[in-house]
Design a protein around this ligand. Sequence first.
Ligand SMILES: Nc1ncnc2c1ncn2[C@@H]1O[C@H](COP(=O)(O)OP(=O)(O)O)[C@@H](O)[C@H]1O
Ligand SMILES: [Mg+2]
Length: 304
Amino acid sequence: MNALLAQHRVESAERFAGEYPIVIEGLTNRFGKQVVHEDLSLKVRRGEILGVVGGSGSGKSVLMRSIIGLQRPAQGMVEVFGKSMTDADPDENIGVRSRWGVLFQGGALFSTLTVGENVEVPLKQFYPELSEELLHEIARYKVRLSGLPEDATSKYPSQLSGGMRKRAGLARALALDPELLFLDEPTAGLDPIGAAAFDRLTRELTDTLGLTVFLITHDLDTLYEICDRVAVLADKRVIAVGTIPELLATDHQWIQEYFNGPRGRAASQSKERVEAAREGGKAPASGNGPASGKAMDKPAESGD
Ligand SMILES: Nc1ncnc2c1ncn2[C@@H]1O[C@H](COP(=O)(O)OP(=O)(O)O)[C@@H](O)[C@H]1O
Ligand SMILES: [Mg+2]
């Protein structure tokens, strides 16, 4: 599997035009009278996994939809790879749209299509000239890249565990060899082992494929284990963005309650335990540690 990844390795310097693949300035989103975002600004750095947190209903998914042009904002500017997503006609941005992959909240695979056929959907959309044979081959490859066994390609979503369905969704998000990956609560509903395995896979793929990842999550372990920086959505804006220690140094109440509440402390301590064990040359006891490189060897973890 590592050979497969190595084969897929790219010169990230060549693939990216600027330092910030996503730039958002002064974004306002409304639904009727409800104001979801007001004067929100955020820059996502090339090559990072940016965790995005915020209370339920704080507008994380709407923010993601604004970035990919599915939600037209009332005001503000969104640029992806230097192209405006707010001014242009969606069709004008077709070249940009093929440079990202999205795993929507809930996964949203087509239930009447096999996993392989699901992966083929974006390929057919953007590359209608591809032969059937090549389509199948690329789909099988993406399925394996996502840590699924090859025979999962011909299965229907209903025949897979929750964790395998997430990986199938990831395979579809990777169909077009994206530079930018959007993951909306990818580990929600997975057990801790399935979630940790998915996290390791995300980190490994990010590093190997040179991705930039916009990762919405509630999962404190995910934030501690794989995110380079975390953006906090509250009061309709991004109130802070930085590493977890940087966020902890702010005195915003929501941030303090979130990271210093019982669950935040448990996640932080678990990370310290894993690091202490690693420094001592021992294997982490929890199996919950950051990228061990083993995720790819165990393709079919059940997530539920
Ligand atoms: N298409 C829509 N029409 C009306 N209201 C919406 C729509 N999408 C989201 N909202 C509202 O916007 C707010 C933010 O939603 P969302 O971004 O999904 O929150 P979350 O942070 O949990 O992902 C919620 O109050 C939600 O009800
Ligand atoms: Mg959401």
